[in-house]
Design a protein around this ligand. Structure first.
Ligand code: NDP
Length: 333
């Protein structure tokens, strides 16, 4: 393996107060230990990356570190279950870009158990157009489908909140691909055409849900995928139909949850927690296979923009301000 050193990276270093992220040339010896080396061609920008890049505490747990919670590229050294040198692979979660260096560098070194081979017919650009956000949306759809195993009925409208975001946009497209009637809630009503193009049957202003404040509201949605948390999640719980379920993915609005147990104990509503970081491997494989089927590159195109490492400072400000739409792929090499 011949590597041109130094190679391009963004590196976060601790400062007197907090941390700062800067472009830096790295050598292979600077990468953390691991038994698989990947030439990273693509990464992406997720909400967590926005927090890390903007110097917010809580995401980056060690310094110096390369941020970027997901990556895709070619294995240059090492092997694992279903992949070896020369294969295209994807890594999301497992602490990359948080506890150990991640995707914003031309090379990454990781543990073989974290690496998934790309499904046949896909490539790294596709994998990062999906990224952690799309993978999370897929886990949410699979969780709702598992919920129907004992007869719960998803045959009604399904709500997606934060619908123009990365998780939201991919959730709308995945639910529509699975034949559901999707209601998309957004703070950007000027993006209604975009959401309809992704497959939403109805577009609702976000206040319509966050202002639902009674313990039980009229039953509106068979299920929901929530990326917002806070009063939005409390409102969804109160308006979910009997035996329905809410896949709880995020906190774009708030990490707090003030609600009553009435929807849970009087209507059998379930909260399904979604954790993409430590998701077990069999479920990961199932999710990536299903993503390859239901979210091909043509379906991702309307929600995907491609940028470079140089664009990340500006993009990270915009994702935290809720200004970005869909998925931001970062072309690394
Ligand atoms: P994005 O920033 O792409 O999307 C978030 C969306 O939420 C925005 O586009 C906006 O959509 C809406 N939003 C933003 N701010 C507010 C607010 N103050 N109140 C209400 N809605 C708001 O982020 P991602 O899609 O990458 O992530 C979404 C959430 O999911 C984040 O909290 C993230 O941490 C979490 N997440 C969790 C994962 C897991 O494993 N559980 C994995 C990945 C993400 P609109 O304008 O359409 O309303």
């Amino acid at each position: 393996m011949t590597v041109q050193e130094p190679f391009r990276a963004l590196v976060a270093r601790r400062q007197e107060k907090g941390h700062a992220v800067e472009p830096t040339g790295l050598k292979m010896a600077d990468l953390p230990p691991g038994n698989v080396t990947i030439r990273v061609t693509h990464s992406s920008l997720n909400y967590k990356d926005g927090l890390a890049l903007q110097g917010r505490p809580g995401i980056l747990k060690t310094f110096p570190i390369v941020p970027g919670i997901d990556l895709a590229g070619e294995v240059v050294d090492g092997s694992g279950e279903g992949f070896g040198p020369g294969d295209q692979v994807v890594v999301t979660g497992w602490g990359i870009g948080e506890n150990t260096s991640g995707g914003y560098a031309e090379y990454a070194r990781v543990q073989s158990e974290w690496v998934e081979p790309l499904p046949a017919g896909t490539d790294s650009a596709w994998a990062m157009a999906v990224g952690t956000a799309g993978f999370t949306a897929m886990l949410a759809v699979l969780a709702l489908e598992r919920h129907t195993f004992y007869g719960a009925d998803l045959g009604g409208p399904i709500l997606v909140t934060g619908a123009t975001g990365g998780v939201g946009s991919t959730a709308v497209a995945l639910l529509a691909a699975a034949g559901h009637e999707v209601h998309a809630s957004t703070g950007k009503l000027d993006q209604a055409d975009y959401l309809r193009e992704l497959g939403a049957a109805e577009v609702l202003p976000r206040e319509e849900i966050s202002e639902l404040n009674r313990p039980l509201e009229s039953e509106r949605w068979a299920a929901a995928i929530d990326t917002v948390g806070g009063s939005t999640l409390a409102g969804i719980m109160a308006a979910t139909r009997r035996q329905g379920a809410v896949a709880v993915c995020g906190l774009a609005g708030s990490a707090e949850l003030t609600a009553t147990v009435f929807p849970l104990i009087l209507r059998g509503v379930s909260l399904l927690g979604i954790d993409s970081v430590a998701c077990p491997r069999p479920l990961r494989r199932e999710a990536w296979a299903r993503l390859a089927r239901d979210l091909p590159i043509e379906r991702l195109a309307p929600m995907t923009q491609t940028y470079t490492l140089d664009d990340l400072p500006g993009l990270s400000r915009r994702i935290l301000a809720g200004e970005l739409r869909g998925r931001s792929v970062i072309r690394v090499a």
